[in-house]
Ligand binder design. Structure first.
Ligand code: FAD
Length: 470
């Protein structure tokens, strides 16, 4: 009887899991293993909101495995040592895993692959989270793409509507001693600030499938029109599920495509705008693979000369707490704190306000998002911040400085989003809701702060600073 280890990482599901599938096909017994090793993630160990998600996602995985008579072996420590010890105890002859694409994970996994092979152990790794391997798509000059549209033009025709792998038939896991319990990992916050996240999310594979169904039934048809409206549940909200690998892009594409095919041809929604967003996720991972220093360094080196304002702890605090006095910025930051998620358009606006109106370095924003987002993802977060700050690949032109007032008027015209997250302004008439500083009496009565900067003056300063850099 041969035994294999399946090393779960950010692929916390049982279906469409190539490593699990291959291990079960070639071995009689498997040991499902999860190793908690935050020190191996370099400077990017999971933040507080991600740890909360991870705890619940691992709980869901344990339960799902138990339903298949298998047991998750949960442990912590140096990954190579844990793998060797698990091999020793279980008699495993092979290790299977799905690939990660962050620079620290690539370096760690390459080292482990080499070491285990030198020990005489088979190692098999798979792609379970991307449509294409980042090294497979290059320009005609064999260089990585730096601009999204040609990248997508290359990738899009290659996408197949492949039927995902089903959950394999598992036999009882080989037993391994030691290990820890989930609560021993200490992933949950010590002070209970996670109520809003618990109300908003169901981490785990089942939760991901339910979220996908909800999107297919309620929002996909209108996605192109309502995806920019933060008051609507108009996007898929699959980002944390995708980040933790509770669902794969292939599963999402397959389910949505087959669902659409069953509809009357005249009523079929256009899937392209949604696929394109998944394409941005693909591009972000592609860029991180080819330009691994970009979580810290400007993609566009010209921005190394940009004159950021001196770091201001008090300004950062007001931004983080949603007390800037600019309603759409504050609503977004409060949504983030409460639910661990923020609507994409609002992410762009709060990021623009921080990096342009306040001219605080994009690193500060990226770091705060890293700690507070349940979907914090090194590739997507880096691309998002560099894009808004103007220094990224295919970035928004610097002079595109979002005006949070006109953005709110356009994308939250009735103020539903603002009223939800700014209860002190809930009764304000719509004109004042977008610009409450126009009525000092309202500020006084509600306790809502006056703006911390003048929007047009700070915009002008940002543009002048940019001109100096050029
Ligand atoms: P949908 O509109 O339903 O899109 C489907 C999927 O496509 C998303 O789940 C996501 O995986 C992907 N996607 C959508 N937009 C983008 C994008 N612009 N870039 C890359 N992938 C995208 N996304 C993260 O997953 N993690 C982050 O840490 C993150 N940080 C961001 C920081 C900033 C400053 C900005 C502007 C954007 C950031 N994004 C990040 C991208 C985007 O805001 C979220 O992916 C999106 O809001 C998630 O909601 P959704 O699942 O409903 O998206």
């Amino acid at each position: 009887m041969t035994t294999a280890i399946v090393w779960f990482r950010r692929d916390l599901r049982l279906s469409d899991h190539p490593a699990l599938h291959a291990a079960v096909s070639s071995h009689e017994r498997v040991v499902p293993l999860y190793i908690h090793a935050p020190e191996e993630e370099g400077s990017w160990a999971a933040g507080a909101a991600s740890r909360w998600w991870l705890h619940h996602s691992l709980t869901a995985l344990e339960t799902a495995l138990r339903g298949h008579r298998a047991k998750l072996h949960l442990t912590c420590g140096d990954s190579l040592s844990v793998l060797r010890e698990t091999i020793r105890q279980s008699g495993a002859t092979a290790v299977y895993w799905n690939r990660l694409y962050e620079p620290a994970s690539i370096a760690r996994d390459s080292h482990i692959k080499k070491a285990l092979r030198a020990d005489g152990i088979e190692v098999h790794s798979f792609n379970a989270s991307l449509w294409c391997e980042p090294w497979e798509i290059l320009t005609q000059q064999e260089q990585p793409y730096r601009v999204f549209t040609p990248f997508w033009r290359n990738l899009r025709p290659q996408l197949q509507v492949d039927s995902p792998l089903s959950t394999p038939l598992l036999s009882p896991s080989a037993s391994v001693d030691g290990g820890v319990t989930l609560s021993q990992l200490g992933l949950l916050p010590k002070i209970a600030w996670d109520k809003g996240m618990s109300e908003a999310w169901t981490p785990g594979e089942k939760g991901a499938q339910e979220m996908l169904e909800l999107f297919a039934d309620d929002a996909l048809g209108d996605y192109a029109h309502v995806r920019d409206l933060p008051a609507r549940h108009g996007t898929s909200r699959l980002s944390p599920h995708l980040h933790f690998g509770e669902i794969s892009p292939r599963q999402a594409y397959y389910a949505l495509h087959t669902g659409i095919q069953r509809m009357d041809a005249k009523r079929r929604p256009d899937l392209e705008p949604y696929l394109r967003e998944l394409g941005w996720r693909e591009f972000a991972h592609y860029l991180l693979y080819h330009f691994p220093k970009t979580p810290k360094e400007n993609f566009n080196a010209k921005f190394d000369r940009f004159s950021w304002a001196r770091t201001s702890k008090s300004q950062l605090k007001r931004w983080q707490q949603g007390r800037t006095g600019i309603p759409l910025v504050d609503a977004g930051m409060r949504e983030l704190w409460h639910t661990g998620w923020m609507h994409n358009r609002v992410r762009m606006i709060v990021a623009s306000f921080l990096t342009k109106n306040l001219r605080q370095h994009w690193h500060h924003g990226a770091q705060w998002f890293w700690d507070t987002l349940v979907d914090a993802d090194l590739a997507n977060n880096t691309l998002g911040w560099q894009w808004v700050a103007g220094c990224g690949a295919d970035a928004a032109p610097y002079f595109r400085i979002f005006n949070p007032v006109t953005q709110a008027q356009k994308f939250d015209p009735e103020g539903r989003y603002l009223r939800r997250w700014l209860p002190e302004l809930a009764d304000a008439p719509i004109k004042l809701l977008h610009e409450p500083w126009k009525d000092p009496g309202l500020l006084k009565r509600s306790g809502y702060p006056a703006p911390m900067v003048d929007l047009s003056g700070s915009r002008q300063e940002a543009l002048t600073t940019y001109q100096r850099m050029r």
